[in-house]
Write a protein that binds this ligand. Structure first.
Ligand SMILES: [Zn+2]
Length: 282
């Protein structure tokens, strides 16, 4: 097994460095925590002082992907990266998407670096404005950053077919851990479920899909509970949108603001093969 040497660059005193190295010896997985607001940590392959990280070796798939990116897209878009670094980011679109690995907004919308501000969580949920709540402000913080600091012009809530988070809620699945983080997170969509009324026996697939759409609606309503969103929407400087991606079909539905229904978006010059496959979800 390969080993990784870790050099802790002290910004304070050696005593603290020694303490942290000792702590790291005991719990390598905590290396990331040291870097948050306390220390600058460099991971360097030195071969002098080693700490065995066990399964923590960087995946070959990512190394290969990075190499491909470096020689391909980074080269072709280098000027863009340099400009973004120099002038800062200025994305006009904020997307709330699901953590689902099949539903990457940057891939679906063929986005270039710096074009999209993307927030991903389980089931693409936006919680309501709750300034007094002590926890679970990660999504709200990203919203605040996008709206107040970057002044995005559009916010998209991107739902999708076959959402595991929605299924966990709809099927009342057993918690995956004692913390039941998914269950507690997904309990936010109870208002959306209530709005759908009672379930019909045997309608699991249809019900889950209805809930996927309803949760997008709920997140859009929750967005409007944030004062900053309300103000900018009223001034015409911010637009909210709902969308839904069918995983295997590749079909994108966009919420019609007039009717509230989700309609297929113009597929432009999509290939005939893609068109033929547009008959599954969504
Ligand atoms: Zn999902």
């Amino acid at each position: 097994m390969r080993q990784v040497a870790i050099q802790l660059t002290s910004t304070r005193d050696d005593q603290r460095s020694t303490t942290q190295e000792r702590a790291f010896d005991q719990c390598p997985s905590r290396v990331a925590a040291f870097g948050v607001g306390q220390r600058l940590i460099h991971l360097i392959f030195l071969g002098t002082r080693s700490f065995e990280i066990g399964v923590g070796m960087f995946p070959d798939r990512l190394t290969q992907g990075y190499q491909s990116f470096l020689g391909g897209r980074f080269q072709s878009e280098r000027q863009r990266y340099e400009t973004l670094a120099e002038r800062g980011q200025k994305p006009e679109i904020l997307i709330f998407g699901c953590v689902d690995s099949r539903v990457s907004p940057e891939v679906i919308f063929d986005a270039a670096p710096g074009e999209l501000l993307v927030v991903r969580n389980v089931a693409n949920l936006v919680p309501p404005y709750e300034p007094d709540r002590e926890f679970q402000h990660g999504t709200s913080a990203a919203l605040e950053f996008g709206v107040q600091a970057l002044r995005v012009k559009h916010i998209v809530v991107l739902g999708h077919a076959l959402c595991g988070g929605i299924r966990a809620f709809a099927d009342e699945m057993e918690p995956l851990s004692p913390g039941d983080f998914i269950g507690r997170w997904m309990s936010q969509i109870e208002p959306a479920a209530r709005g759908l009324g009672p379930r019909t026996p045997g309608d699991d697939l249809v019900y889950r899909q209805r809930l996927e759409f309803a949760s997008v609606e709920l997140s859009l309503r929750n967005l409007m509970t944030f004062p900053c969103v309300q103000i900018l929407v009223a001034r015409g400087k911010l637009r909210l949108h709902g969308a839904y991606f069918g995983v295997s079909s590749g079909r994108l539905l966009v919420r019609d603001p007039e009717t509230g229904t989700f309609e297929p978006v113009d597929e432009g010059k999509a290939s005939p093969l893609a068109m033929l496959r547009c008959e599954e979800e969504g």
